[in-house]
Design a binder for this molecule. Structure first.
Ligand code: 5GP
Ligand code: MG
Length: 177
């Protein structure tokens, strides 16, 4: 089997644990935004799988749009110097916006994105991330909704890639470095 030959050292978060956590996050977000309409900004490509599952756990009126950004940096830490590869088609002015991210590492990418989106005057702008690696943080940032806090390991699966591979794995695995 293909999967058995891959350099994955462990399953960090199983398919079942992911499903349970996403449901909890969905409940938490539903309670928080009750009575409002929510606009999800889904960050491609890594958040695709998470967002697809999460939105189905929201008992709210929801609309979605996508953004694709690339970050430049030297080595393994992003610099926060980001380029918008694909922008939102919708205007977020006056809307309650929730950014859906796969993982926050240094925080540089998201900090920059937040400041770009804030200038478009949403009614509110919050962050939901599936994974957080706080030990790597370089900027102060409030994460409003977080699935799992993880150690400093390079993970793949459930949307997250290594060289565009492994996004389709139904679990989060650690890639041996
Ligand atoms: P930051 O600007 O927070 O350092 O960068 C966050 C981005 O780096 C994430 O959106 C993701 O694309 C990438 N990244 C950070 N840590 C990991 C990891 O453990 N695995 C994968 N696949 N990508 C990661
Ligand atoms: Mg990403």
């Amino acid at each position: 089997m293909w999967l058995e030959k891959q350099p994955l050292t462990e399953v960090l978060i199983s398919k079942k644990e992911l499903a349970q956590k996403v449901e909890q996050l969905g409940d938490q977000i539903t309670r928080y935004y009750r009575g409002k309409e929510l606009f999800l900004v889904i960050i491609l490509k890594g958040s695709l799988v998470f967002a697809a599952d999460l939105m189905r756990c929201l008992d709210l009126p929801v609309t979605i749009d996508f953004m694709s950004i690339s970050s430049y940096g030297n080595g393994s830490i992003s610099s926060g110097d980001i380029k918008i590869v694909k922008d939102l088609a919708a205007d977020i002015g006056g809307k309650d916006v929730l950014i859906v991210e796969d993982i926050i590492d240094s925080g540089n990418t998201l900090a920059k994105l937040q400041s770009i989106l804030q200038k478009r005057h949403p009614n509110s702008l919050k962050i939901c991330t599936l994974l957080d690696k706080p030990s790597r943080r370089q900027v102060d940032m409030q994460v409003d909704f977080c699935g799992f806090t993880i150690e400093d390991k390079f993970v793949v699966g459930y949307g997250l890639d290594f060289a565009e591979q492994y996004r389709h794995l139904p679990f989060i695995g650690v890639l041996n470095g």
